[in-house]
Structure formats: C-alpha cells, structure tokens
Write a protein that binds this ligand. Structure first.
Ligand code: EPZ
Length: 418
C-alpha cells in the first residue's frame, strides 16, 4: 500500500487550481441515468477514485460512459441491470445515489445496503422513508435493498435530519414522479443546488433548491444536457489550511469563496490572511495562528468535512480551542494520529479540547478516512522532520494529484509504494 512522505517546514508559495467537487459530481453521474435521450455531458469532473468507482458502477448497469480528461459523457441507453452490487457499494456509499434515479426511470432498483464506515453508522432510513412516501415498495433482504414502483407519486416529505444524499436521492426521484413533491428540512449544501441546476437543464421542474424547502413538479421524461460541476469547497479549505499552517502565501484558483463563507470566517478569526483577488483566493499567514472554537453543522454552518483539517491548524495555534463534531458520531479518528505527532488534544463525546503546541514532530501515522488523511497531510506540512502517512488510498478517493499540487507549491512530498 502506498505511503506519503512529507518533509515539513516549507512555507507553501505559488498557486493551486481547485478541481470540480467530488460530492457534486457523484450525484450528477447518478442523475444522468434519468435521461431518456441525448447524452449528459459533465465538465470539470475531478479525477478521483470515487468518480472512477461510480463510472464502474454505471457501466456494470449497462450505461455507456466516455471519459475524456475532466469531462464525462453518459450516453442514454436502456440499462441492462438496475442493480448496485455489494462489492461496489461497500467501496463507496455514494452508490446509494443510484436508488432514486433507477426507481424513477425503471420502477425497480436493487442496491446493496451500504455498511457503516469509519466516521459513523450512516444509516439511510431517511432515503428509504422518503421513497416509500412516494409510493415505492421497499424490501430489505440478503443485505440488499429492493425497491419497486409502477410510477412514483409526488409526496410531502419532511427530513428529520437535513441529509445531503437523502435530499439528492429524493430530489432525483421526484423529477419523474406523478405530481408535486415537497421536501422540507432539505439539505442546503451548494452540491444540492448544483444537482438541481443539472436536473433543470434536463427538463426537471424544481424550485427552492439551496433552501430548506424544495418543490418539484414531476414530469414524464428528461433529456441529456451539458453541465459544469461546481468547484470543490472542501478541497479549497484543505489547501487553505495547508497554506496557513506552513505560514505560506498561496493563490487558490478556480474556486468560489461564496460557498465557503463559514470556513473563511473561522480561518480569518484564527489569524489567517484571506483575500479575494481577481484570479482567486489569496491565503497568507506569517504569524502563529490563534485558537478559535468551531462547531460543525449542516450548510451554511461549518462543514464537517473541514473539521479534521481545521483541527490540524488548531493543534499549532496559540491558546486553546474546542471543536464540536455535531454531524457524525465518530469523526475524531485523526485525533490519536495527531497526538502521535505531539498534539495536545483530549476528546470527550462530541467535543475535542485542543491546547496549541509550538510545533509538531514528524511521526509514522495512519489515515483512517478521507478527511482524516487530509488532516495528517496538513499536519505533516508543518511538522519538524519527515511524516510517513500510511493507507493513503483514503486520500485518493477525494483528492486528485495531491502530491503534484503540493510539490508545485514547494512542499517536499513524495509517494512511495509498498
Ligand atoms: C454527504 O454524506 C457527503 N458525501 C459527506 O462527505 C459529508 O460529510 C456529509 O454529506 C455531510 O455534509 C457525499 O455527498 C457523497 P448526511 P451523507 O446524510 O449524505 C445521518 C466526504 O468526506 N443520517 O448529510 O451520507 C447520518 O448518519 C464525505 O466527502 C441518518 O441518520 O451525509 C449523519 O449523522 C464524508 N439517516 C447525518 O445524518 C439517513 O438516512 C448527516 O449525514 C441519512 C443520514
């Protein structure tokens, strides 16, 4: 298994280009299944493992997919299977996003029930309850969810939790349902609005995306269109954290500061210099950062996907800070690894108490999940000595060409096999 070796202490300088958002491209690929004719062309798709996994899944169902750089064409043709097998869903929970489109377009879907993952149990009860409210008959057996429906009907759905992928699944299902669907307490993430923009380009009738109440007027058919995926706000935050802890000066290009305001607010409070320039977001930080408290929350709150990277910053800040993880029940796996590098962090339930230290020491550490591994990269860039990060297959799921991008910013980072 590959490892990443990072020699810390180099202030990052230069500019970095942000890719399209993985968490917008995944639902967009699933939405392409809804098109009855004309291809769906997706541009600015990140070249990450999760996208490759989703393409493999759609191909296994019989979809015709052409990948060309950061563009992906999904040609509409009837699928030969509406099944998402265990070995693919096990690798990527977002495979569950095929459930809504398959049910809406084919009246049938058989999707392996996703297991838990490192950051939590991650049930999909809200997805299933919403689809049942739309008339789907759902059976669970043999580890699979089997859903059937002659034609979904519009429904009034209230999500107990503003789940991102549940909102996406139900939004996609509602586009072809008979009648009007209202999703209340819907997730408001930018990735939801991006999915709605794609669906509207395909002919769907949607209002309220990006607010807590989304209304969909079902139609009978959708057709292909072309769509550019929004920039990845989590990748942006990750490089901002890297620039900050290394006391560098980096221009982050191709991103959209508008969808990152909660992170920009907290990083600014911590003493990071963040300025919008014509070509992008300028991140600079010469002084030692200050400890600030953070509580994660659904959008527009502080994103849970930036919690680990921000903790790496706070581990080196002047003073104490408290980070509360309110979205997932087990998203502090990176704390033990940061402690191996000399961080002073104690966790109690959903809270992590951090006392900043003046420096971290390089150590062999292990990635446990996608964003925890990003946290260790950030910490390694600031630590004294060479940090070895194992199991970086977690990183590859959501970051493309990470060591290349960091090297171009002056970091001393290399990937070694074995
Ligand atoms: C999406 O996951 C993202 N993944 C996650 O990013 C992100 O951390 C998360 O949203 C929160 O922003 C994709 O978009 C592919 P949720 P999702 O449903 O939709 C509970 C990354 O690093 N819940 O909003 O699975 C759930 O257990 C990944 O890129 C239910 O109880 O997250 C969690 O506690 C990690 N029942 C909370 O809601 C359900 O049916 C929020 O989860 C669904 C969710």
């Amino acid at each position: 298994m590959d490892k990443l070796l990072i020699e810390g202490g180099v202030p990052l300088q230069g500019e970095v280009f942000i890719d399209g958002a993985k968490n917008a491209a995944l639902p967009a690929l699933a939405a392409a299944l809804l098109a009855e004719e004309r291809e769906v062309l997706l541009e600015n798709v990140p070249r990450v493992v999760d996208i490759r996994t989703m393409c493999s899944l759609l191909r296994e169902m019989g979809a015709s997919i052409e990948e060309e750089g950061t563009s992906i064409r999904v040609l509409p043709r009837d699928l030969t299977s509406q099944e998402a097998p265990y070995d693919l869903v096990r690798r990527m929970r977002a495979s569950v996003l095929t459930l809504g489109p398959l049910l809406a377009r084919y009246g049938y879907a058989k999707v392996s029930s996703p297991g838990g993952c490192a950051i939590g149990e991650r049930p999909i009860d809200l997805h299933l309850a919403g689809l049942e409210a739309m008339g789907a008959r759902i059976h669970l057996h043999g580890g699979y969810i089997e859903a059937r429906s002659e034609r979904l009907r519009g429904a009034e759905i209230y999500l107990d939790i503003p789940s991102v992928t549940a909102t996406e699944n139900l939004l996609m299902a509602a586009t072809l349902a008979d009648g009007r669907t209202v999703i209340e307490n819907a997730a408001m993430e930018p990735e939801i609005s991006d999915l709605a923009a794609l669906l509207k380009g395909m002919g769907a009738k949607i209002e309220g995306e990006g607010t807590e109440k989304i209304t969909v007027q079902g139609t009978t058919r959708l057709v292909g269109t072309s769509h550019r995926i929004i920039p990845d706000r989590i990748e942006t935050a990750t490089y901002a954290a890297a620039a900050a802890v290394s006391r560098g000066n980096v221009l982050i290009r191709g991103t959209d500061p508008e969808i990152l305001s909660s992170v920009i607010r907290k990083m600014t409070a911590a003493g990071v210099g963040i300025r919008s320039e014509a070509e992008g977001l300028r991140i600079s930080s010469g002084e030692r950062l200050r400890g600030v408290d953070v509580t994660t929350a659904p959008y527009p709150g502080f994103p849970t996907d930036v919690q680990a990277q921000f903790m790496a910053m706070m581990a080196l800040a002047e003073g104490a800070s408290i980070i509360r993880e309110m979205v997932f029940e087990n998203r502090f796996m990176h704390v033990a690894e940061l402690r191996r590098m000399g961080a002073d962090i104690r966790t109690k339930g959903a809270s992590a108490m951090i006392r900043g230290v003046s420096s971290l020491e390089a150590a062999p550490v292990m990635a446990t999940d996608l964003r925890a591994s990003a946290c260790l990269v950030v910490a390694g860039l600031a630590a004294r000595g060479e940090t070895k990060i194992a199991r970086i297959y977690h990183l590859d799921r959501g970051y493309s060409r990470l060591e290349e991008k960091l090297s171009r910013l002056g970091a001393r980072v290399r990937r070694v096999g074995g």
